[in-house]
Every structure is written in structure tokens, then in C-alpha cells.
Design a protein around this ligand. Sequence first.
Ligand code: AMP
Ligand code: FES
Ligand code: ZN
Length: 290
Amino acid sequence: MKCSKCKEKAIAYLKPYRIALCKNCYPNFYLNLVSRSIKKYGILRKVERILACVSGGKDSSAMAFALKKLGYNIEILHIDLGIKEYSVKSKKVAEELAEELDVPIHVVELSEYGFTIDDVDVKKVCSVCGTAKRYLMNRFARLNGFDVISTGHTAEDLILFFFKNVLSGGIEWIPKLIPRSESSDGLIARARPLFERSEKENMLFVLSLNVPFVTDECPHAPRDVWKEIIYDIEIKKPGFKQNFVRGLIKLAKSVKVEKEWELKKCRICGETSSSDICAFCRYVEKFGRV
Ligand code: AMP
Ligand code: FES
Ligand code: ZN
């Protein structure tokens, strides 16, 4: 198979775009797609100080790399979750990436709060981990004057969020489907510049430019049947993910949902919370060793 642009050997045929691309032509094609999404949906601005949250996985590595190449002002945040070898490798990758991009890197150690993800002995360890990550990203961004937090969430992540939270009756989650939320009440703005990109597109980007990333899966990650279903649909209906994601954005913009809870300040840490003591501080109490 030959590249549709330069006739060199193609690395992939991208069904949704009906185009085959080689290692040299793919990165620019990808960067163009990311740039178009950012502009079309007003996801980021060049004047903003952006905290690019890098786990070390292919998606967030692709996000930070793409933003820097497109001229955005980023600094990297990596959260060391204390998941044995996996966290050691992930931190190393985030540091390599920062060095390659010549951007500052900040590392927050979850252990400094008295526990690590390996200490969490409940079934829903991923949900504790998610709460801890969101809390630490927001706290770091707020205390250090960042305008916006950028994550590597993909089209698959957005569709999964819809299937798992909204379809089960949680219509109050619909507004969370937008790719950019603004700062308010101590919560820093959130941006998801890769929300239209698939994991495959991100993988091809990091592979074609040798961007550092970890190949290991988190040892706590459960098998996700919903994700397999999304992949099955995409095989039968190429382009499904992108069309669906665009539909979700339209839905999120058109639905007005009344806030069901009042935002307060956590009595312990002062961060924004829906209850007197925030979920993170409750976890610190439950799992903390100090
Ligand atoms: P996840 O919740 O693992 O699906 O990750 C969603 C996004 O959160 C990633 O694309 C990253 O941008 C960010 N993220 C996840 N884990 C970390 C981490 N350990 N440090 C910094 N950012 C992270
Ligand atoms: Fe959070 Fe695996 S990265 S539980
Ligand atoms: Zn708190």
C-alpha cells in the first residue's frame, strides 16, 4: 500500500478519511486534525498557560507533543500514583518527554498525602484513582496559576463516559461531554484537545515520531467490555466514533441541566467540593498511613 500523498510505503490506511499515509506524511496530517478541532471548538488559546497532564501513556504523550508542536504554551504535570513498576516507568517516560520537548515538568507524588493506589484495597480502585488524579490536577493548576488543564482524553473515552454515565440515567453528566469547560468556583478550566482523535490515530502519531510512551497497561485496569463494543461498531461502521462524538457535543451544548448540588469548600483542604469534606480528603482518612 502506497502513501496517498507521496507514494512512499504507507504505515496505515485510515478508513474514516479514505487515505493511506506514510511515516513522514502522517504526523502533519494528525497535527492538522488536532489544530482544526482546537480552533473549531475553541478548546485552547495560544495566550494561555496550559498544564498538560501526562500519564506516560500514548494518548497524553501525543497530546503534549502535538500541543507543543502547534505552538501552545505548555508545562507538563505527572502524578506518581505509586503503582509499583508501572508508576516508575510512567514517571520516567513523562520526564523523557519533557526533556525532548524542552518544557518544564512538575511531579506530584500521591504518597505525600499518606497513601498510594497500591494501598487502596477496594474493588473500585480505578474510581479512587480517578478522584485522586482530578483533585491533584486541579489543586496543582490552581495553586500555580495555570489557566487551563489539558488531558489526553480520546473519542473512545468520551463515548465510554456517555455509555457508562449518561445512558444509565445520569443526564446531569451531559454537560461534561464538552471538550472545554471554563474555570469557576475554584475549578480550573478543562480542555480535551484529542476528543475527536481515536486511540489508533494517537498510537500512529507517537510511533511515527518516536515520541516516548509506556506500553504497559495499569495492573489495576479491568477488562472493559464497553470499549470492546465501541471497537466492534467501528469495524462494522468506519467513522462511527467521530460522528458519534460530534453528535455528543451537539447534545451537550443543547441540553441545559440544573445543578443538583451546591458547591462548597472542603473543611479540611479548602478545595471545591459538593460535600463538607471532599472525596479526596475522605480517601486520605480511609487509606492514609499517617
Ligand atoms: P485516565 O483517567 O487514565 O483515562 O486518563 C485520562 C487523562 O488524565 C490522560 O489522558 C492524562 O491526560 C491524564 N492522566 C492520567 N493519569 C495521569 C497521571 N498519572 N499523571 C498526569 N496525568 C494523568
Ligand atoms: Fe488509576 Fe490504574 S491508573 S487505577
Ligand atoms: Zn478536601
